[in-house]
Design a protein around this ligand. Sequence first.
Ligand SMILES: *Cc1c(COP(=O)(O)O)cnc(C)c1O
Length: 348
Amino acid sequence: MSSTSDIKYDFMSDTLTKPTPEMLQAMIAANVGDDVYGEDPTVVDLENYVAELTGKEAAMFCVSSTMSNQVAVRSHLPQPPHSIICDDRAHIHRYEAGGLAIFSQTTTYTITPKNGVYITAEEIRNKLVPHGDVHFCPTKLIEIENTLGGSIMPLDEVTKIRQLANEKGIKVHLDGARLWNVCVATNTDMKVWTSQVDSVNLCLSKGIGAPIGAILAGSKEYIERARYYRKLMGGGWRQAGVLAAAARVAIDTVWPKMALDHANAAALAKGFASRGVNTVIPVDTNMVMLDAKSGGVDVSKLSDECRKFGIRVRSSSPDVIRFVFHHQIDADAVDLVLQAYDNTHSKH
Ligand SMILES: *Cc1c(COP(=O)(O)O)cnc(C)c1O
């Protein structure tokens, strides 16, 4: 690994936030107990708070969104044969080490959205696997991710997916790792989104900025079941209140500032657009997925030049550079990236 000590702005991910002094202070002051016995008051407070935010009966603090999602799916799927439908780019499908097959013994049917941004209820309807034929593995769960790649699945589509699920008697899980961003960008209450799904995962260590954690919310009966699977996966933790305390500060202090991340991302996208470089999907929130081909961007030259300014960027595929904003990346970084681009691409 090369040293990262010279990096001032790191666009790799919004997981890279560091805890703020206020979070560290809250960690020191946290009142803790053994959460495996449900006796950590700070964890219980956080869970109750998020249950309220999401309008669900209960919530469960987890070590990561991967654990939260995997427990979520497992808790929806008691007995194979069963299958799940999700976007082909979904985190649960692509980036969770094959967990769906391992933990939930599920077949996964994926959809590549025709609109290039989000899957639709109609596409899901066409992909549903019915009950009643022994050849088939019936659909028992629809999984949606919002945001996905920083783009928002609109509420009316979410609502149509809910209606379809109701019609077919199947469940919906929302991987809302970045649902915080959706609420800010659309200026809507979180319940507007979460009321449409049976369960929701929220990441606490991405744009919200807590050092560690994610949280799963759903019905009381569902979360009680989920607690078994979290324990089974080694996720029963003891004095987790130190982390829950930081997470609560993150929600209270970082979430209200999130619109700034979106404004910075929009400014970067605009700067690139004025230079003839487009994005592959809409910049609705904190991510800019730059289409390198559209502007003849030389990915390695740009990233080398950025590095001279103390900026690290990542190409998420050969032709896409992903810039992820969070509360510890400010507007200066936007100017520096555009300057780096001009240094490498304007000379002919
Ligand atoms: C990052 C991410 C996850 C996984 O989060 P970890 O905390 O790294 O396990 C799950 N879903 C989505 C949409 C994510 O962006």
